[in-house]
Design a protein around this ligand. Structure first.
Ligand code: AMP
Length: 286
């Protein structure tokens, strides 16, 4: 009888490459799911996406300091390695790469991967340096694992466009697969940061998805222009108890440039602050 394969926990790049090569030597393809841990069903859906395409799923868990700003939540970011490993094993993940900071950054980094254009708006100005940190660490993870495919969530829609642009521009031989956002039953997008929300904030948080749907309805019906619909919903979010709406905009689904009427694939994208939590979300509007 063939024993079921187990989850291999690897800490070094050499072990990761060995584990990936062993699967590829048997003719299998490998799908990498980069994460920062504190895993939830959204992350698990990416592992399932890899399985559904026939890839051996490999997940990385690394809270990457270079993508956090000096006033952001790097130290407070939730960490639960044992819980994460159990969830990955149950989901059918076969390799988890959980490196120490010294393994990811053994020497001061003199190289940065910078994607322009799609990083100019939305979260770009609110999180200076964030997408450089993301593009650089994701490049490293892709070079370290050399997977056939990389799986990323549409939840971080701008990040997904940044990664797709980077892989295209640098001709990385890896297919990037975007996966739909997994939501709580009431509609709140799952996020590791949702655990920062107090019960009252958790109730308020739901309004973000509701207002994005209101914008979608209005612009689909042609009842309002995009800017009228988003201005009215931004007001509604502030009235509902959000502390700040950094942006609530309708953008072209690929270029991320704002649009005033929806003529092709578009996305309603939002970033807000509720107490100490920054909440982002987006939905498609066609
Ligand atoms: P993070 O651990 O927050 O860096 O996220 C790791 C990956 O999981 C990214 O590709 C995210 O876009 C994706 N992800 C996070 N939340 C969700 C969600 N609710 N649904 C689908 N994918 C998600």
């Amino acid at each position: 009888m063939i024993m079921p394969e187990k989850l291999a926990i690897v800490r070094t790049v050499a072990e990761l490459r060995h584990a990936v090569a062993a699967y590829r030597a048997t003719g299998r393809t490998v799908g990498l799911v980069p994460t920062m841990g504190a895993l939830h069903e959204g992350h698990v859906s990416l592992v399932e996406g890899a399985l559904a395409r026939g890839d051996v799923p490999a997940t990385s868990i690394f809270v990457n300091p270079t993508q956090f700003g000096p006033t952001e939540d790097f130290s407070a970011y939730p960490r639960d390695e044992a819980g994460d490993f159990a969830k990955l094993e149950a989901a059918g993940c076969r390799i988890v790469f959980a490196p120490a900071k010294e393994e990811m950054y053994p020497a001061p980094m003199l190289t940065t991967v910078k994607v322009t254009g799609v990083t100019d708006g939305l979260c770009g100005p609110f999180r200076p340096g964030h997408f450089d940190g993301v593009a650089t660490v994701v490049s490293k993870l892709l070079m370290m694992a050399m997977p056939d495919r990389g799986y990323f969530g549409e939840k971080d829609y701008q990040q997904l466009q940044v990664i797709k642009t980077m892989v295209r521009d640098l001709a990385m031989p890896i297919e990037i697969v975007g996966m739909p956002t997994v939501r709580e039953p009431d509609g709140l997008a799952m996020s590791s940061r949702n655990r920062y929300l107090s019960p009252a904030e958790r109730t308020t948080a739901l309004q973000l998805y509701r207002e994005m749907n209101t914008v979608a309805q209005k612009v689909r019906d042609g009842r309002s222009s995009c800017s009228e619909a988003t201005a009215s919903s931004s007001k509604a979010l502030l009235a509902a108890g959000f502390d700040k709406v950094e942006y609530l905009t309708v953008v072209d689904a690929e270029s991320l440039q704002p649009v005033e009427t929806v003529a092709g694939p578009a996305r309603i994208v939002a970033a807000t602050r509720l107490g100490r939590t920054r909440l982002i979300d987006n939905i498609a509007v066609d």
